[in-house]
Design a protein around this ligand. Structure first.
Ligand SMILES: [Zn+2]
Ligand SMILES: [Zn+2]
Length: 421
């Protein structure tokens, strides 16, 4: 073996695809019933789109981006997330003048240079929704229920919600000041990363995975004590809509999310189906982002979910059929001449939607029947010199072993009816 996929990048093999189709299918159907339309942005952008939109001091931008100069000497970056690109596209195509509220979704690969581990690949896949143009708390609640409904429709049973508000930039400035003065005397105890974050991005200390950091932060000040009246009312309204929608939640005062652009509502949706509480979906409001990109102040809210982790969970829970679809019909042949007829028959049956296969491996009739069995064929059609002479084929029900003759004049309708019955 000479060639391997680059470290941290993985193939999604045919046997895993049924899970991917299940996830992507539920995402598309839920998104359209919630009236979100799909947008597809390029997989790379000018680096400044992410530097600006995601934030220079975030781990994503400072450590995890795939950035390179193209042949024209422009700095380009493979998208590490999609919200910044969506906002760039919203402004570039002047949607602010075309629709009052843009409700969009996306599904696709993102790239981050992270330590690879189970369920985390350097090319990973996300689905997400963005609603740009309204600060209505009912819209925050809509996004949250959308994220939950996708997971429950995939068969997850214990789906939970963590909720917080990180207020507006002024509230945050207030809070950060108090947080820093609380942490400074204790900074010796923080991990090296957090000691640096104390000056660059103190909020990120709240979601550091290091246990001593968590311990120190536990008794610190909480964001929700620093909300201005406007942000407090908004947060209360979000909670009240969630109440109307009968969505349970836990207020998680340390939840800040890793990206700089969030304001007010932040949330994570997680599954307890396997005991762990890893977030499957994260999102929040980003009222400042459109303006940061040079647009008019425009409120917005969105979320993103990781597909790899969800697929792993579904595989372990065995909630999705993983066998894929079997063959409807295998067309077995005995000689060259019958094979020429078989490929024609196969094409006609494929046109009416049947899944069919013929022999491409030069197998004996016995071998072909074995192959049909292995691919779960419901029926096998057998064609040989005798059948051709009588202008018919032999149709064998692979489950019962029963065989009947079917005229070649009317086989499409005849076989189609038997298989769909
Ligand atoms: Zn505020
Ligand atoms: Zn830390």
């Amino acid at each position: 073996m000479k060639y391997y996929a680059p470290k941290g990048l993985s193939d999604i093999l045919p046997e895993e695809i049924p899970y991917w189709h299940a996830v992507e299918g539920e995402v598309r159907s839920a998104m359209s019933s919630y009236n979100y339309r799909e947008i597809r942005t390029p997989m790379m952008e000018k680096t400044e789109v992410f530097a600006r939109g995601v934030g220079e001091d975030t781990d994503v931008v400072s450590k995890e981006m795939y950035t390179f100069d193209d042949k024209g000497g422009r700095s380009m970056t493979l998208r590490p997330e999609n919200t910044a690109s969506v906002v760039r596209a919203y402004l570039e195509h002047k949607f602010f003048g075309k629709e009052e509220l843009s409700k969009w979704y996306y599904v696709g690969p993102m790239f981050r240079y992270e330590a690879p581990q189970k369920g985390r690949s350097r090319q990973f896949h996300q689905y997400g929704a963005e609603a740009i143009g309204s600060d209505d708390p009912a819209l925050d609640a809509e996004l949250i229920t959308l994220a939950i409904d996708i997971l429950t429709s995939l068969g997850l049973e214990d789906v939970g919600l963590k909720l917080n508000s990180i207020g507006c930039p002024a509230d945050r400035e207030d809070y950060i000041e108090e947080l820093v003065s609380y942490l400074e005397p204790k900074q010796e105890g923080l991990c090296a990363d957090c000691q640096e974050r104390l000056t660059t991005n103190p909020l990120r200390i709240l979601d550091c995975k290091n246990e001593t950091c968590q311990e120190i932060v536990k008794d610190g000040p909480v964001m929700t004590d620093h909300l201005c009246e406007d942000c407090q009312v908004h947060f209360d309204e979000v909670k009240s809509y969630l109440g109307e929608l009968e969505v349970d939640y836990v207020i998680e005062p340390k939840l800040v999310r890793g990206l700089d652009y969030y304001t007010k509502t932040v949330f994570e949706v997680f599954s307890e189906d396997l005991g762990a509480q890893d977030a499957l979906v994260g999102g929040g409001r980003y009222d400042g982002l459109v303006e940061l990109f040079g647009g008019e102040p425009t409120p917005a809210v969105g979320f993103a979910g990781g597909i790899e982790r969800l697929v792993l969970l579904l595989e372990e829970l065995e909630r999705v059929s993983h066998s894929g679809e079997g063959l409807d019909l295998y067309v077995a042949t005995i000689d060259e001449e019958s094979k020429k007829v078989a490929v024609k028959i196969q094409r006609e049956l494929r046109k009416v939607g049947l899944i069919t296969e013929v022999d491409y491996l030069g197998k004996s009739l016995q071998g072909q029947l074995g192959y049909a069995d292995r691919y779960d064929a419901k029926y096998t059609a057998i064609l040989g010199p005798r059948e051709l002479e009588d202008d018919e084929l032999t149709l064998r029900n692979m489950e019962s072993g029963d065989q009947i003759k079917v005229s070649l004049d009317n086989y499409v309708e005849d076989i189609g009816k038997r298989i769909t019955d």
